[in-house]
Design a protein around this ligand. Sequence first.
Ligand code: NAP
Length: 263
Amino acid sequence: MQQLTAIVTGASEGLGKSFAIELAGRNMNLMLVALPASGLPELASFIRKNFAVTVYHLEIDLTHTESYTEIFAWLKEQRITAHLLINNAGLGNWSWFEDKNIAFYKMQIELNVITPVLLTRLFLAQADASVTSYILNVGSLGGLFLVPKKQVYGATKSFIRYFTKCLQLELYGSNVKLSLLSPGGINTKPELLVMNNTLKGISKATILEPEQVARIAIDGLLKGKKEIIPGAVNRFLVLLNSLLPAYIKDNIIKRRLNTILVS
Ligand SMILES: NC(=O)c1ccc[n+]([C@@H]2O[C@H](COP(=O)([O-])OP(=O)(O)OC[C@H]3O[C@@H](n4cnc5c(N)ncnc54)[C@H](OP(=O)(O)O)[C@@H]3O)[C@@H](O)[C@H]2O)c1
């Protein structure tokens, strides 16, 4: 059977790293993309040593539009067609709107919105229509719920949600499977682990490990699931969100906001 090649953006750390290891474990070749000096060569060599797959890596800044074509130009030069695209790279925040500067929001919007849209466009242009191709767009439950202190982040993830759902309709009947991953909190880095450890009850139950999320996401993607929401508690919260009237949700958010303001 032909060995597939997957592009993973933001592969050096967190969920992206777990995606890379998960895909290698499923015998897929990899093109890993992340910022320079982020430990990508070390991850690539770890995967080569432990799995029988070919691993390429490209250290580029995905907020520079001209870098997107570099990925596909390089693959074309090597006569490699990518079969999977994991649009994972993303920048989060947990801060009041006025506490971050213009440069931060510009970078966040570029990385979370412009990058996945343009990479999807370039990926589709090189896809081989005779075999199934797969795209996974990493959204967030933050794109569905109104979360204070995640104003721009949540909006970028709402964008990804809308973009993915529309494109799914356009690609209906084609040989491309496109999935939206909508995770809740993930313990991807030490500061999140510390913050998540302070949570209690249902909030704590929404948090998952990156390896779990990557496994569930790739299972769902290969099965052609339209939206993947890892964790039963998270799926229950999404259902509740669709059932509760807006005024109850507003009250919950206002109470939550008060808790944040006094803490
Ligand atoms: N963690 C969560 O709780 C959570 C929840 C829901 C959704 N998500 C989504 O899941 C995805 C991964 O999140 P994460 O927590 O794993 O993030 P992370 O640990 O911060 O990793 C982000 C990855 O993106 C790379 N990256 C950042 N800026 C880049 C740039 N300009 N060009 C190229 N690569 C860049 C980083 O490289 P460097 O190592 O060089 O910085 C890193 O590999 C994001 O889309 C995020 O929104 C996360």
